[in-house]
Design a protein around this ligand. Structure first.
Ligand code: KIV
Length: 271
């Protein structure tokens, strides 16, 4: 029997057990009640209220504009939809990077106001003090290394990270640091599969990959990408399981036709 089927509520201990047994951890983003409820019913292990909400919910080009209040709103909606999955919420840009006390306060707001079980933060040694302040308060932290979209203006592009030795060595050192200072897990985004495998083998905590090969301890994707909701966004690492963009446009077109032709509502749909 897999750990998956035994777990009533996924927690940081479940992440530990799944890493130990080799059972892969499934994680997706969600930003609202309805989608979160569906993902939870399907048996997803963890739901991330990612700051990618800035892109897919609000239409911004980067994740930078989303605020703590907006993240809290999305997380509250998601929280009401889930029973089993672990709820993890991103700390948004500008709420934790340079001031441990601000980081602590931002994390506490998320935990108090949303029912989250953990928060996620982007960066390594640069944000060590902020992570420590949060972990000390008993709040589980998931790290995030590799392509960290909150630093997109620093990187200058969404290209693969840590291809060269120097950046790869820093990433390994950062991953070990995150483990040492008490993170329960770390997301590895858009890095070579071999590097992700090495980090995964060297850490006791679970690694969750996105564009990092299949040898991490789990995978995360943005749910809009697997549902094919955006026809113009086709990253190599995201598998499109269904083309909902096409289907939704078809359905809405049909509805428009039916309204215009007075085919809708028909007798059965009227009082
Ligand atoms: O914001 C986000 O959606 C993320 C991912 C890892 C997908 O951080």
């Amino acid at each position: 029997m897999s750990i998956h089927s035994e777990i009533k509520k996924v927690t940081t201990s479940s992440f530990k057990k799944m890493k130990a047994t080799g059972e892969k951890i499934s994680m997706l983003t969600a930003y609202d009640y309805t989608i979160a409820k569906l993902a939870d019913e399907a048996g997803l292990d963890a739901i991330l209220v990612g700051d990618s909400a800035a892109n897919v919910m609000a239409g911004y080009e980067t994740t930078l504009p989303i605020t703590l209040d907006q993240m809290i709103y999305h997380a509250q909606c998601v929280s009401r939809g889930i029973k089993r999955a672990m709820l993890i919420v991103d700390l948004p840009f500008g709420t934790y990077q340079s001031d441990p006390m601000q980081a602590y306060r931002s994390a506490v707001r998320i935990m108090k106001e949303t029912g989250a079980a953990a928060i996620k933060m982007e960066g390594g040694i640069e944000i060590k003090d902020s992570i420590e302040a949060i972990v000390k308060a008993g709040i589980p932290v998931m790290g995030h290394l590799g392509l960290t979209p909150q630093s997109i203006h620093h990187f200058g592009s969404f290209k693969l990270r840590a291809k060269e030795n120097e950046e790869a060595d820093k990433l390994i050192a950062d991953a070990k640091l995150l483990e040492d200072i008490g993170c329960f897990s770390v997301t590895l985004e858009k890095i070579p599969a071999l590097l992700a495998e090495k980090v995964t083998k060297e850490l006791q905590i679970a690694t969750i990959g996105i564009g990092a090969g299949n040898l991490t301890d789990g995978q995360v994707l943005v749910i809009h990408d697997i549902l094919g909701l955006n026809k113009n966004f086709k990253p190599k690492f995201a598998r499109k399981y269904i083309n909902l963009h096409e289907q939704i446009v078809e359905v809405v077109s049909q509805y428009i036709k039916d309204v215009k032709s007075q085919e809708f509502p028909n007798k059965d749909e009227s009082f």
